[in-house]
Design a protein around this ligand. Structure first.
Ligand code: CAA
Ligand code: FAD
Length: 380
């Protein structure tokens, strides 16, 4: 077993680290406060190859492995989890979904632009009455011969107001249950496609979350992904990889909070000594370091499984479940270590604490990860 990173891994990690420090950090508090989507920074991330990290270079991607992807995600998330969720959705849901299951026309037309950051993608599964219970969705796509007619509501859609390309999961045959679901590529600006107001969120406030409404939207037949009835399995297979992205986001949030807490604990003095000399603070740091190291091993294992062609349903679910728990618990401790300063925006840890919460909710809540894990271990 080789735990060393390759030279290529170190270069992409350091590039992401420099970008996060020099470009993401300066405006991160303002973007969080005002819910500003980082348009210019997304373009720059496209130029650096971060929007299509794993995509084949023949479609404009960086042609790197999943380990490289999680290294980039961790570095971006240490500073700005709003920016990293844009990268995660674009890479592991939209680009991966089209590259793995789309046809050549779809790859030429959409993937080439998504992989370079010219286009931004969104993944639309959740509905007001179907979040965790994803098979019970009501959005319908009726086969009209040359096209499908799309009707319904998707909510909580990341990049919802900014995307150029939307992957929409819809019911085409209610009688067939999960086998009567399809995935479609929907372009922005289609007649009958309305974008609702932006959500005012607790965390990842620089990301863009909207409800989408489809009223008799005509989707060309050639925009269906895969065989008829493949849509639910498409969503599940794509989300398995997406969960590696969110696990690495949680890891980065936890690592970012740990680094800030460590620095602060070595500087702040009480009772005539640095607070790191008080055992209860030193032990908090020891717990953080231990749990974050364990989370990193799980994230890397899931990424490695994917790169090796192993099944990664369970390793991605366990990595997401654990890393998100670590992120939530230790961002709270990082605020505690900062005392009163932890409670104000300038010290960054309160934002990381708010951002951590979403990693336990999206791409399958922690309870849903336990369903995926328990079904898998009981079946095997
Ligand atoms: N790969 C392939 N097929 C799969 C699969 C997988 N990983 N998981 C399930 N399937 C198949 C099953 O085998 C089954 O097929 P058969 O009928 O042929 O056996 C079919 O799909 C239905 O599966 P289940 O019976 O397991 O379905 P279920 O109703 O019990 O639900 C679930 C399973 C795991 C709970 C699923 O509904 C789920 O993952 N829910 C969470 C939804 C979610 O993660 N949403 C995220 C939205 S995107 C997002 O959040 C992005 C973001 O924030 C940035
Ligand atoms: P519910 O499904 O109503 O769950 C409520 C509670 O009940 C949760 O704690 C849940 O774990 C628990 N629960 C539900 N069923 C069970 C069960 N069987 N056993 C035990 N506990 C259970 N979706 C997209 O499709 N695309 C996106 O880009 C996207 N981005 C998002 C961005 C943000 C900021 C947010 C908040 C959400 C986003 N989502 C997106 C939606 C997200 O995936 C859902 O919120 C999530 O899957 C949970 O669904 P729900 O909110 O309907 O909660």
């Amino acid at each position: 077993m080789d735990f060393n990173l390759t030279e290529e891994h170190i270069i992409i990690r350091d590039t992401a680290r420099d970008f996060a420090q020099n470009e993401l950090l300066p405006g991160v508090i303002e973007r969080d406060e005002n819910q500003h989507f980082p348009d210019t920074l997304v373009k720059k991330m496209g130029e650096l190859g971060f929007m299509g990290i794993m995509v084949d270079p023949k479609y404009g991607g960086s042609g790197m492995d999943t380990i490289s992807y999680v290294l980039v995600m961790e570095e971006l998330s240490k500073i700005d989890a709003s920016a990293s969720v844009i990268v995660s959705v674009n890479n592991s849901l939209v680009c991966y979904g089209i590259e793995s299951f789309g046809n050549d026309m779809q790859k030429q037309k959409y993937l080439t632009k998504l992989a370079t950051g010219e286009f931004v993608g969104a993944f639309c599964l959740s509905e007001p009455e179907a979040g965790s219970d994803a098979t019970s969705q009501k959005t319908s796509a009726i086969d009209k011969g040359d096209y499908y007619l799309l009707n319904g509501t998707k909510n909580w859609i990341t990049n919802g107001g900014r995307a150029d390309v939307y992957l929409v999961i819809a019911q085409t045959d209610k009688e067939k249950g999960s086998h009567g679901i399809n995935a479609f590529i929907v372009e922005k600006g289609k007649e009958g496609f309305h974008i609702g107001p932006k959500e005012n969120k607790l965390g990842i406030r620089g990301s863009d979350t909207h409800t989408l409404q489809f009223n008799d939207v005509k989707i060309p037949k050639e925009n269906r992904i895969g065989e008829d009835g493949f849509g639910f399995r498409f969503a599940m297979k794509t989300l398995s990889g997406g969960r590696i992205g969110i696990a690495s986001q949680a890891l980065g949030i936890a690592q970012g909070a740990y680094e800030l807490a460590l620095k602060y604990a070595k500087e702040r003095k009480t009772f005539g000594t640095e607070i790191s000399n008080h055992q209860s603070i030193a032990f908090k740091l020891a717990d953080m370091y231990t749990d974050i190291s364990a989370a990193r091993h799980m994230v890397m294992k899931a990424a490695w499984d994917k790169d090796q062609g192993n099944n990664y349903d369970i390793s991605s679910a366990t990595a997401k479940l654990y890393a998100s728990k670590v992120a939530m618990e230790h961002t709270v401790e990082a605020v505690q270590i900062h005392g009163g300063n932890g409670f104000v925006k300038d010290y960054h840890v309160e934002r990381l604490m708010r951002d951590a919460k979403i990693t336990q909710i999206y791409e399958g809540t922690s309870e849903i990860q336990k369903i995926v894990i328990s079904r898998s271990i009981l079946r095997d």
